[in-house]
Design a protein around this ligand. Structure first.
Ligand code: ASP
Ligand code: MG
Length: 420
């Protein structure tokens, strides 16, 4: 017997027929003698529809009331799943976020979970009843309904798993796992059987969106074993080997880690490059650029500084989220007198390519391979950033697909011909 959380995303819950197959899957786990809590999303498209209603009602709306509206999508699907399970003869009961409760901060529409009272879930599942819990919602410190931000059901599922000390948290979605890279770019991308929390965080934050990034951070903190798998695969899950398991370093094992240098390659087109020319080369110059950006809550990612010997000045290049570019320009132009740069130029036709892998920690030459592979294809590198398990380069956007493909091959990630 195991304690498990099963989480189903919007496409898995979109309509009665799909909810029926979700219920079948839940029943199989119950029949196998497991104690099960299910966390559900709203039907696909429903949250967008509800948000649109709020916008039409008023251009400026109270986030507390927005939460009341948008949390309703998950209330519907959890009730429907409980009805469906009961009709199959499986004992089931729904538990809204405020009933348990799932306690959150007061930041309505982007609340954080502060704690979960697992008593009701515990009693229910110990007695053989399935607990069905709407994702995305909780109760704020002020006692009102609150939601967790888009994609928040993943975080709900991981938090519930931690609170009920589940053996694992299975996240059912419309893909069958986490891949070495985007399979639409590289058809020979391979599904990973395991990936570490840290790698998953890096892959998610650089654009490989399978789970809400916050949920991975929470799983890492609480040590929740998360598995991502498809709800559209037929057949039984023999021994729990389907999908991708997200676990701590210690479970990957030294030998795997040394064999596999790079785990995955991600790309992110949502960055913009900004260059300030002729910044005075003196203490405090760089601080005068990044302090006002930080004050405006603009997240700077990659930074390069070039010293020009003839002028004694430096050029500073960095990236910001493309959505924040206009604001960044505004802030920098305002600070121009105190920064003292000559010109500001910017470019949104750029893409960040990242190679990620815990194997990098114990190997030299990972960066050299990346730079040489790109150089062989005539791809120019505009900026570089590294962490212990990641190397990112900024390139022209037109070369994105080519860069991902050649790097995937260079690091030996391509699947065998037969498997592809
Ligand atoms: N229904 C919410 C959304 O679409 C939460 C979720 O599904 O994770 O963002
Ligand atoms: Mg989702």
């Amino acid at each position: 017997m195991a304690r498990i959380v099963m989480k189903f995303g919007g496409t898995s819950m979109a309509g009665i027929e799909r909810i029926r197959s979700v219920a079948e899957r839940v029943r199989r786990e119950v029949d196998d003698g497991n104690q099960v809590a299910v966390v559900v999303s709203a039907m696909a498209g429903e949250t967008d529809r509800l948000i649109q209603f709020c916008r039409e009602a008023a251009s400026l709306y109270d986030p507390r009331e927005y939460d009341v509206v948008v949390a309703s999508g998950e209330q519907v699907t959890s009730g429907l799943l409980a009805i469906m399970l009961q009709s199959m003869g499986v004992a089931a009961r729904s538990w809204m976020g405020w009933q348990l409760p799932i306690m959150t901060s007061d930041a309505h529409s982007t609340a954080r979970i502060s704690g979960i009272d697992a008593k009701a879930i515990d009693t229910a599942i110990s007695g053989g009843e399935v607990a069905v819990i709407p994702g995305f919602q909780g109760m704020s410190a002020g006692g009102r309904l609150a939601t967790l931000g888009r994609g928040g059901s993943d975080t709900s599922a991981v938090a519930v798993a931690a609170a009920m000390k589940a053996d694992r948290c299975d996240i059912y979605t419309d893909v069958d796992g986490v891949y070495t890279t985007d399979p639409r770019i590289v058809p020979r991308a391979r599904k990973l059987s395991r990936v570490t929390y840290e790698e998953m965080l890096e892959l998610a934050s650089v654009g490989a969106k399978v789970l809400q990034t916050r949920s991975v951070g929470l799983a890492m903190k609480k040590g929740v074993r998360v598995r991502v798998l498809s709800s559209f695969d037929d057949g039984r899950d023999e021994g729990g080997h389907r999908g991708t398991l997200i676990v701590g370093d210690e479970e990957i094992g030294e030998s795997d880690m040394e064999e596999q240098l790079i785990t995955g390659i991600a790309h992110d087109k949502n960055e913009a490059k900004v260059t300030l020319t002729s910044v005075p080369d003196k203490p405090g110059a760089v601080a005068s650029i990044f302090t006002p950006l930080a004050a405006a809550e603009i997240n700077v990612d990659m930074i390069v500084q070039n010293f020009a010997r003839d002028t004694g000045n430096t050029d500073v290049t960095f990236t910001v989220p493309a959505a924040d570019l206009a604001r960044s320009i505004d802030v920098l132009e305002r600070e121009k007198p105190s920064i003292g740069f000559r010109e500001l130029s910017h470019d949104t036709n750029v893409c960040k390519i990242s190679v990620v892998g815990v194997g990098m920690r114990s190997h030299a030459g990972v960066a050299a391979t990346m730079f040489q592979t790109l150089a062989d294809r005539g791809i120019n590198i505009l900026a570089i950033a590294t962490s212990e398990i990641k190397i990112s380069v900024l390139i022209e956007e037109d070369y994105t697909e080519l860069a991902v493909r050649v790097l995937h091959t260079a690091y030996g990630l391509d699947a065998d011909e037969e498997a592809a």
